[in-house]
Ligand binder design. Sequence first.
Ligand code: GAL
Length: 446
Amino acid sequence: MKKAVYSLLLVSFLVLGVIASGCIGGQTQTGTATVTVTKSVAPEQNVLEIYHWWTAGGEKQAIEAVFKKFKDKYPNIEIKANPVSGGAGVNMKMVLQSLMLAGKPPDTFQVHAGYEMAPYVKAKQLTPIDDIWTKDMRDHYPKVIQQMVMFNGHYYAVPINVHRANVVWYNKHIFEKYGIDPNSIKSFDDLMRVAQELKSKGVTPFALGDRNKWPATHAFEVVMLSIGGVQFYQDFINGKITDPNNPTLKKVLEAYAEYLNYVNSDHAAKTWDEACGLVYKGDAAMTIMGDWANGYFKAKGWKPDVDYGAIVLPSNVYDLVIDTFVLPAKAAHPEAAKKWLSFIGTVEAQNTFNPIKGSIPARDDAPLDPYGPIQKKFIKDLRSPSTKLVPSITHGSAVPPAFLSDLNDIISTFVTNKNVDETAKSIVSAVKQDLLPNKIKEWKLT
Ligand code: GAL
């Protein structure tokens, strides 16, 4: 496999990017939730305390299946899992900050590869894990992915999967009923044509669930890739879009406003998985979401390519979302954590987790038999030299967390007011205020 997401974080993590801190211990306020931090350090040696946010359909079953395999291998290690609900880690990230500030991190926790890790590395809250990265792992993880978990030449995380963000999921029964050919959708304009057709027949074209904001940013990211292409996306994440009159930025926002005309009216009340539920129930035809939606539909008993299908936009792009686990410097049980990290780096763990999760293995030598047809296609795409790999903005890899937080707020406001000019100005000022000062490396997506 080739190219594209080049050595972002390799040599030059020396700089900036401190996440705005929450409060220490006690309660952490988030946009929609109050999370109570109930961390207690277990005295036993054979404990693995782990934080993750996989609580929705598909993801919950996936992580539990891995826990079971780990338990089979290490029956003496007790897993103390702390799932914090809220897709994309919206709530868990706040809890983590509090635990870190209190000096009481868990033994390991879920974090996206790339920029999302940077503040922890900078604050020396993570231990380098070069010893975990055996030759076998170095030989079998694509270089691009390895580079996304390296800072100053050291490994800091082990990826368990690769998700794809740029996917439109559709209810096959609805498409068949209205004679819509998914293969006719090759561009954003095609997608809007189909949306218009469905709307005229009384069907809600898209399910959106942006109660936690990020699903709106996620759709915006996919529209940006579809309208602006990889070059604009690269400029955007490198902080090069600094003119509020940039015509492509405006075109992207106009296209995004068009998409918003076709979403369910109660989108602000729903979460990402509830939006998938609308597609499953037949109350909406499509949803723009990462392939954890695949895990969701499978958990509901739906069959890929029979009940639901996937349209990739743009078709030659793999918008990477990579879930990893790390070793906090102050982990109470580092030996158990190391066993966990080594385990998730194996084919066995990845082929237990990913078939259920909807993602694909991060390793390139995992046998394909446990995967469904959509996953098999995605595995092929990831390995194809003509696929362009881009890091996800919404899922933490591409931009500093402070900028992502601004962007979530800006896009959330846009969903309500659809004001292109004001939003372009807000984005540009966030680029100047929170992206550029925290930038650590230039992305080259070719
Ligand atoms: C993403 C994460 C996925 C999935 C999704 C919804 O950020 O990478 O694994 O969990 O959030 O929760």
